[in-house]
Design a protein around this ligand. Structure first.
Ligand SMILES: [Zn+2]
Length: 361
C-alpha cells in the first residue's frame, strides 16, 4: 500500500505546476478535466481508492482527498478570475501593430499671418499694442476727428453694445428734436482707437502697431465678415513726413510680398488723416499685366493711410505745430487672401480642417 499522504502531496505539486502554465481559458479547462474529470480525473481516482483502503484509514484518506479537491477548485477559480481581468485590460492587444499617428494641430493661418506681419514691424523698431475690443465713443470716433454728427460715422456700420444715451439739449441745435443720441459703448470699428489710448499716455516719439479684431455690421460674403482683423501703425515725431510713410509701406510690401513689389498711393479721405491715401501693391498674380484678381488694373488695394490730422493731436494733447505723424491700417484677412491666393474670406472662419491643414507648418 503506497503512502497515500505522499501521493496526495505529489498530486498537489503536479496541479500547481499545471496551473502555473495556464495562459488561456482552454488551458484552464484542460487542467480542470485532468484533475476533476468524472472518469479520468486524478482527484476523482483518489476518491475511488478510498473504497479499497483499510477501514481504519478511510477517514484519513477521505479528509486528504477533500482537502486536495478544495485546493484544486480554489486554484482553478483564482486562475479563472486572473484570466478574466487580463482579457478586460488588454482587449485584442497586438504589440506588433504600428502606432496610430497622433493628430498634431498647427497655428491658424490668420494667426500665422498676424505674427508674420508683427515680426516685420518689430524688426523695424515698432512696439506691438493690444487693446480692448469693446470701446467707447471717445476713443473710437470723437478723438479721431469724428464728432457725433460726422457723416463718416455712417460709413462704419457700428455694432453698439448699449442703448444710446442722450447728450445735449434742444439748445445745441441738433437735427430733429434738437437732441443728439450718443452711444455709450460699442465694438470697435477699427484699431485706430488704440492710437488715441497710446498717445493719451505717451509723449512722442511714438512708433506702434496695433493688430486686433474689429467689428462692422457687414453681411457675410466673399470679401466681408462682420468680424475681421486689422493691423494699424502709428508713427509720431518731429519732422515725420509723407515720404516716411511711403518708405515704410514700400519696405513692408517688399518684405511681405516680393522684393520688387511696387506700391502706389491714391488720394482718399479719412477723417483722422490729412492728406489721406489708399495704398495699393502691384498684383501678385499678374505682376501688373492685368488679371481677374486685380480687375485688370495691375494693382490691389491693401489698406488706407495718411498724415495724422492736427485735430487728433489736439484731442490727446500733442502739439500739432511741433509734431507730425503718419498712420496706416491694413486688413489681415485681406493680406492672407492675397498671400495664399484664397478667394473666399469665409474659408478662414469655417474651421474646416481640410482647408486649415493646407497651412500647417
Ligand atoms: Zn492682376
Amino acid at each position: 500500500m503506497p503512502d497515500l499522504s505522499t501521493s496526495v502531496s505529489a498530486l498537489r505539486a503536479e496541479f500547481d505546476t499545471a496551473l502555473g502554465a495556464v495562459t488561456s481559458a482552454a488551458d484552464l479547462q484542460a487542467v480542470r478535466d485532468r484533475f476533476l474529470g468524472r472518469k479520468q480525473g486524478l482527484v476523482t481516482a483518489l476518491y475511488a481508492e478510498i473504497g479499497n483502503a483499510p477501514a481504519d484509514q478511510k477517514r484519513e484518506i477521505g479528509r486528504l482527498a477533500n482537502e486536495l479537491k478544495q485546493a484544486v477548485e480554489a486554484g482553478l477559480e483564482a486562475r479563472k478570475a486572473v484570466l478574466g481581468r487580463a482579457a478586460i485590460r488588454t482587449p485584442g492587444l497586438d504589440l506588433t501593430l504600428a502606432p496610430r499617428p497622433l493628430p498634431v494641430g498647427s497655428r491658424h493661418p490668420l494667426n500665422a499671418m498676424r505674427e508674420r506681419i508683427e515680426r516685420i514691424f518689430v524688426r523695424m523698431g515698432y512696439e506691438i499694442l493690444d487693446g480692448p475690443e469693446a470701446e467707447d465713443d471717445w476713443h473710437n470716433f470723437e478723438a479721431l476727428n469724428m464728432p457725433a454728427d460726422h457723416p463718416a460715422r455712417d460709413a462704419q456700420d457700428t455694432l453698439y453694445l448699449e442703448a444710446p444715451f442722450v447728450q445735449g439739449t434742444r439748445a445745441t441745435g441738433a437735427p430733429g428734436a434738437g437732441v443728439t443720441l450718443r452711444p455709450a459703448t460699442l465694438l470697435r470699428t477699427h484699431t485706430s482707437a488704440m492710437q488715441i489710448r497710446y498717445m493719451e499716455r505717451h509723449a512722442p516719439p511714438v512708433r506702434i502697431i496695433a493688430p486686433g479684431r474689429v467689428y462692422r455690421r457687414d453681411n457675410l460674403d466673399l470679401t466681408h465678415t462682420p468680424m475681421f482683423q486689422q493691423v494699424e501703425a502709428l508713427v509720431v515725431g518731429e519732422q515725420v513726413t509723407m515720404a516716411d510713410l511711403k518708405g515704410t509701406l514700400l519696405g513692408f510690401a517688399r518684405e511681405f510680398f516680393d522684393p520688387k513689389t511696387p506700391i502706389m498711393f491714391k488720394p482718399s479721405f479719412f477723417p483722422y488723416t490729412e492728406p489721406s491715401a489708399e495704398v495699393f501693391v502691384g498684383c501678385q498674380s499678374c505682376f501688373g499685366s492685368g488679371c481677374s484678381m486685380c480687375k485688370r488694373t495691375g494693382w490691389i488695394e491693401i489698406g488706407g493711410s495718411g498724415m495724422v490730422h492736427p485735430s487728433v493731436f489736439e484731442a490727446v494733447g500733442i502739439d500739432p505745430e511741433r509734431y507730425t505723424g503718419f498712420a496706416f491700417g491694413m486688413g489681415i484677412e485681406r493680406l492672407a487672401l492675397l498671400a495664399h491666393r484664397v478667394d473666399d474670406i469665409r474659408a478662414f472662419y469655417e474651421n474646416d480642417l481640410r482647408f486649415l491643414e493646407q497651412f500647417a507648418s
